[in-house]
Design a binder for this molecule. Sequence first.
Ligand code: IPD
Length: 278
Amino acid sequence: MAEQLLAIAVDLARRAGALVAEGRARAGLDRARLNVQSKSTPTDVVTAMDRASEQFLIGELRRLRPGDAILGEEGGPQAGSTGVRWLVDPIDGTVNYLYGLPQYAVSVAAEVAGRVVAGAVHNPVSGETFLASAGGGAWLAAPDGPDRRLRVTGCTELAQALVSTGFGYSAADRAVQAVVVAAVLPQVRDIRRFGSAALDLCFLAAGRVDAYYEHGLHAWDYAAGGLVAAEAGAELTGLHGRPPGEELYVAAAPGVAPAFFALLTGLIARPDRHPAES
Ligand code: IPD
């Protein structure tokens, strides 16, 4: 079943990716043509193409898998009766999309009985599709070569670890996230902020970073990428050893995971230093 769901996730992520990339190319330098509106804060934006992409994904899922539940970023949850739930992010990295930066993706994941079993993250600019099924490994399908099995890095020293992270849209959360990142930065090789949580997790899987953390994500941001990272051998944790999730998502190559988790736990133990505890 996971393989069937994965085939749908890959196909839909690619077709929605083509749709949003065409919309971006049509707008060119004229951002007003993307019809941008604010959501939770003035910096949290949605474009007409986020909505069009989500409508496409939901329409296709309704046609292909009637009865499945769906949770999308831009619409309300849709209940189902089959035990399968789809988590779709029509554009993860909307701010990059708006500015014409190449780090954005469509993310499609399928859960069975609350557990993610298949996920695809497609970047239409690079043409890369990161995909995974539970127990089936993590893979990168790219236009320039055969499919490649993904494996996290063998990094063993926190001081050598390249760490990616992201920031929320609320100014109050960001003020605390800035304190945390300031404490992490001197302990690691460097920090990256790519602007798409789904791609951050896939980059961890592909060995492009050694670790990733973020507070305040939503399930559609991490569902597919989290499975890709886990299937590539990443260790994952959340707040106080709970599963990774919206309050805190931490993922790392096994060689640095203990030290990285301890570093973040140390920061979290000081409530003034982490929004998840404020
Ligand atoms: C955002 C991106 C970003 C992360 C934010 C997310 P969106 O998703 O994944 O990297 O730092 O927390 O909200 O708004 O582009 O779909």
